[in-house]
Design a binder for this molecule. Structure first.
Ligand code: NAD
Length: 252
């Protein structure tokens, strides 16, 4: 039962145009939060915001490319200027693509890291003073790929492993501050990211099958209560944790 759990609270959600970010935004809105929603996809972001505001919720869409550090700082300052406080930051946006390791260019590598690691870091950096003031929380969305060698996803898997360590390192540095910093590591989720992935020629599908969830993929809505738990008072025992939520992919 989460309705009203976030009454009066302000939550920033990135990746809010689609998939897990959209589902997260809708779950926070249903729990009473006021929302600053960010994504690079303007139309998708507007659709999510309209779904929140239609029934009377409060959401401001802020089109943002989180690969740009100045835009990350601007997102947080716009959210704070609009609502006067920030209680949670959920870094959900992510960039994903299959590539042969031999074909990854420096630009592709840098883009994946800019979206999956650098953006979340500079958003945390900008939000932490406000979160410390509100005794708030950060929830970073990593991936089961952070914990496995993942063929054809060298850049993505390495970036998600970096995000897990970023989460733990910030948790250590802010150990004595009234803020909680955690991550989740999902396995397959039924979203646009994995619906029609472009797979380069010559991929060894036997290697990819290793990561197929034997218990099937999750729906985004299966994961939102975990994010709300970590973002709010129910998450009090968690700091510096990365919760695996992958239906057994990393079990063995
Ligand atoms: N789908 C899966 O199987 C799966 C598994 C494990 C982890 N994840 C992670 O879950 C998170 C959500 O992904 P999803 O499955 O909902 O995918 P999705 O494609 O539905 O959503 C990702 C969102 O991130 C946004 N985005 C991408 N680059 C951006 C940028 N530079 N600035 C701002 N927004 C940007 C996209 O526009 C999109 O709306 C990601 O971090 C992803 O890595 C997904």
């Amino acid at each position: 039962m989460t309705t009203g759990e976030f009454d009066g609270k302000v939550v920033v959600v990135t990746g809010a145009a689609s998939g897990l970010g959209r589902a997260t935004a809708l779950a926070f809105a249903a729990a009473g939060a006021r929302l600053a929603l960010a994504d690079i996809d303007e139309a998708g972001l507007a659709a999510t915001a309209a779904t929140v505001t239609g029934p009377g919720g409060e959401a401001v869409p802020i089109v943002t490319d989180i690969a740009d550090a100045d835009s990350c700082a601007s997102l947080i300052s716009q959210a704070h200027a609009r609502f006067g406080r920030i209680d949670a930051l959920c870094n959900v946006a992510g960039a994903f693509r299959f590539d042969h390791a031999a074909s990854i260019t420096p630009d592709v590598w840098d883009r994946i890291f800019a979206v999956n690691v650098r953006g979340p870091f500079f958003l945390c950096q900008a939000a932490l003073p406000h979160l410390t003031e509100s005794s708030g929380a950060i929830v970073n969305v990593a991936s089961a790929s952070a914990f496995l060698g993942h063929a054809f996803l060298t850049h993505y898997a390495a970036s998600k492993a970096a995000l897990v360590n970023l989460t733990k390192s910030l948790a250590m540095e802010y150990m004595h501050a009234p803020v909680r910093i955690n991550a989740i590591a999902p396995g397959g989720i039924n979203t646009a990211m994995t619906a029609t992935p472009s797979v380069p020629e010559g991929i060894d599908f036997q290697l990819l099958a290793r990561y197929s969830p034997l218990r099937g993929s999750a729906e985004p809505e299966d994961l939102t209560d975990l994010i709300l738990m970590l973002a709010g008072p129910r998450g009090k025992p968690f700091h510096g944790a990365c919760l695996n939520v992958d239906r057994g992919i990393t079990a063995g």
